[in-house]
Design a protein. Structure first.
Length: 422
């Protein structure tokens, strides 16, 4: 089939939204011919990759705003996104006249409260995976600082307001199928009028990358070492992570915690590590390229990822594939990605409870390597089977003819990638 993909962010060898966009369009092109609309800024990365690895089924059309307009609204990301959708719609109409698309697929941005131009095209479309319906548990909200409380309040109010924005609601209601990355997002999309909604992992990594990560040997050296990789901001749960590690360090002072990433709260987290007496064991690496991060995975035992609202942790999937158990809160995307035989998943009832539970989990893994090795094998199985889209090629290939045949009027088969959590 001829598929038009809307991927505002799409670039190989990147994490987050660009990596998800590239992963999905690459995977779709194994069964269908795909034309991708994306930002001009992704051109170099995409074309370099296609020169190295040609893909005759994958075609790119780069769309951006005029320079003056781009300079004017460049710092207002949502406005730029909306204007890009209008520019992409014009490009899509021209392409459709030339190609004649059977179906569309909006991939990026993957937020359920941001619209797509695809409802205004004369063919059915799939929306997602979209996330963003996750919210911070109120008990955690109460212990935030002023800046964190302002951020989370603004985020909550913006989400609810944009749910009633006509363009967003039209996107939800006209989709033949919506892929939601979490149960929380599924509920929000249904409330907006989405009819066919299925839970499907937000994060995609190619089978080649998964098996490459799976080739990393399970670490058996000392000291016991945990790691995190994310933007250094309050909602990523670094305060919980550092406090949980400090609990481990009381019993195993030789253990280490490596933090990869930059962000506005780095100095606060560094001060917290010093206050807890673990500044020497907690190493802040700053931002590193993804290839460096993958190399560092060789040297760690566990990924610590207690994010308070995340649709799908890209690093979680990388760690699982590498056989590194993940310690996380049982909420949002990580709570879906990580099963009890692939890591330490604890309830998010209260900050102090979460710190104790995660700290106790780290202590158990440090003191019982056989348990860690068992979870390492379970992590790899989870990544290579349940979360490996190439294992479910038939379902992915069938999504598009199903959208054309049914246009949302009949039930779609549930995604095997959204298997019941154990």
């Amino acid at each position: 089939m001829k598929i038009l993909a809307s991927a505002y962010a799409c670039e190989p060898n990147k994490g987050s939204e660009p990596g998800v966009g590239w992963g999905w369009v690459s995977r779709i092109s194994k069964e269908h011919d795909v034309w991708v609309l994306t930002l001009e800024s992704h051109r170099k990365g995409v074309e370099d990759e296609l020169r190295r690895n040609p893909n005759p089924r994958l075609h790119f059309e780069y769309v951006d705003l005029p320079p003056l307009l781009r300079a004017t609204v460049g710092r207002i990301s949502r406005l730029r996104y909306y204007l890009w959708q209008l520019a992409a719609w014009r490009a899509a109409k021209r392409l459709h006249a030339e190609v004649g698309f059977d179906c569309g697929h909006h991939i990026s941005y993957g937020a359920y409260w941001m619209p797509s131009f695809l409802p205004f095209m004369p063919f059915p479309y799939i929306w997602g995976p979209v996330g963003g319906g996750e919210g911070m548990p109120f008990s955690f909200f109460r212990e935030l600082g002023l800046r964190g409380k302002i951020f989370e309040t603004a985020r909550f109010l913006a989400q609810r307001a944009f749910e009633y924005e006509p363009w967003v609601r039209t996107t939800a209601r006209r989709a033949a199928l919506t892929l939601a990355s979490t149960a929380e997002t599924e509920a929000r999309v249904r409330k907006m009028g989405g009819k066919e909604v299925r839970i499907c992992s937000h994060t995609y990594i190619s089978a080649e990358e998964l098996y490459s990560l799976a080739s990393l040997p399970i670490r058996r050296d000392k000291p016991f070492r945990a790691a995190s990789a994310a933007i250094l901001i309050h909602w990523k749960g670094f305060e919980i992570a550092i406090r949980a590690f400090a609990r481990l360090a009381k019993f195993h002072p030789e253990s280490e915690y490596w933090v990869f990433g930059e962000g506005p709260d780095r100095e606060r987290f560094e001060r917290l590590a010093a206050e807890l007496g673990v500044a020497k064991q907690v190493k802040f690496w700053g931002f590193v390229h993804r290839t460096v991060w993958i190399e560092k995975l060789r040297q760690v035992d566990v990924l610590l990822f207690p994010s308070l609202h995340d649709s799908g942790g890209f690093v979680c999937l990388e760690a699982l594939a590498a056989g590194r158990p993940v310690a996380c809160l049982d909420i949002g995307g990580p709570g879906f990605q990580v099963t009890d035989d692939a890591g330490v998943r604890v309830p998010a009832i209260h900050p102090r409870q979460a710190v104790k539970a995660l700290g106790d989990g780290l202590i158990r893994l440090a003191e019982h390597p056989e348990e860690r090795f068992r979870l390492a094998e379970g992590a790899r199985r989870r990544a290579l089977t349940d979360l490996n889209f190439d294992e479910h090629a038939e379902w992915i290939a069938e999504m598009y003819p199903a959208a054309v045949r049914r246009r949302g009027r009949e039930a779609f088969r549930s995604s095997p990638v959204a298997a019941e959590r154990s």
